[in-house]
Design a protein around this ligand. Structure first.
Ligand SMILES: Nc1ncnc2c1ncn2[C@@H]1O[C@H](COP(=O)(O)OP(=O)(O)OP(=O)(O)O)[C@@H](O)[C@H]1O
Length: 269
């Protein structure tokens, strides 16, 4: 199991992550969901050692994970920034030398499928091609842990689904996958678990199927006898209950309900 325990990070006295704890079993995809600027990228940056965490532990199979084992992580970061003069081939050489279990066969198939020209400078690729190229590199590493920040950003609708399937297949090899995404419908179809992050805290986490079973959407005038009111979803209410009432929610309704559960701000009042 991959366990992130009590991750803490602040920038200049501003708390960005406050005791973020996450768990991913082998073969699972965990999706980090939440509003802009509330800590998803910072979480991935801390796990991948791109930035130094202020506190907390990363534990893989009961052992604390250290920076020396970075080669066990492949990361598609939020910034698709490349060195100006390096071609696709240059990156292929660098990545294949870093990752001991690099799978050239997977890489070549990916590059051919998406017509990526390895002789071209990657900085000159389109935004979508840069995203694709990074995903292609990442799934060729065979690394135990795959971290992806918005992996379908700038991609057309058909390719998005193909990429999510590729990520799903990668997880199914027995890997640990964490994705940050705003694409709730893609997450609902391809991920196993969600963690909703707001203001640097995990406000709800669960398996997607269990989350749907445990909640209901009801009309505002409906009375509940047991359970907990979570938050407004349009003119309906998300509640956590075993009661046979209302209907089961979709994932986007669970996310909206939890995000509306506290710290409501109306900018027009
Ligand atoms: N290097 C940094 N220096 C100072 N503040 C930072 C730095 N990196 C991130 N932050 C701040 O940390 C907070 C969380 O940012 P983060 O990028 O983790 O959010 P996010 O949830 O990934 O957002 P988005 O969905 O927009 O990608 C923001 O307030 C951001 O301004």
């Amino acid at each position: 199991m991959l366990k992130i325990e009590n991750l803490k990070k602040s920038f200049k006295n501003k708390f960005v992550l406050n005791n973020v704890s996450l768990e991913v079993e082998e073969g699972e995809i965990l999706a980090l969901i939440g509003p802009n600027g509330f800590g998803k990228t910072t979480t991935l940056n801390c796990i991948s050692f791109v930035i130094k965490k202020d506190g907390g532990k990363i534990i893989l199979d009961d052992q604390e994970f250290t920076e020396e084992e970075k080669y066990k992580i492949s990361y598609v970061p939020e910034d698709r920034v490349f060195f100006q003069n390096l071609t696709g081939k240059d990156y292929q050489k660098i990545w294949s030398s870093i990752y001991p279990e690099w799978n050239e066969n997977v890489f070549q198939k990916f590059i051919t499928k998406y017509n990526l020209d390895l002789n071209q400078k990657v900085e000159k690729y389109s935004q979508g091609m840069k995203t694709l190229f990074l995903v292609g590199l990442s799934v060729s590493t065979n690394a135990d842990i795959l971290l992806l920040d918005e992996p379908t950003q700038h991609l057309d609708p058909t390719i998005r689904l193909e990429i999510m399937k590729i990520i799903r297949n990668y997880a199914d090899l027995g890997k640990y996958v964490i994705i940050s995404s705003h694409e709730i419908f893609e997450i609902e179809e391809y991920a196993d678990k969600i963690a909703i992050i707001k203001s640097g805290e995990v406000i709800y986490k669960d398996y997607i199927d269990d989350a749907k079973e445990k909640h209901k959407i009801i009309d505002s005038e409906e009375k509940i006898t047991s359970g907990e009111v979570i938050g407004l979803v349009g003119d309906k209410i998300l509640i956590k209950t075993d009661e046979e009432i209302g209907r089961y929610p979709k994932l986007n309704e669970i996310v909206v309900g939890y995000l509306n559960s506290k710290n409501k701000v109306d900018i027009f009042k």
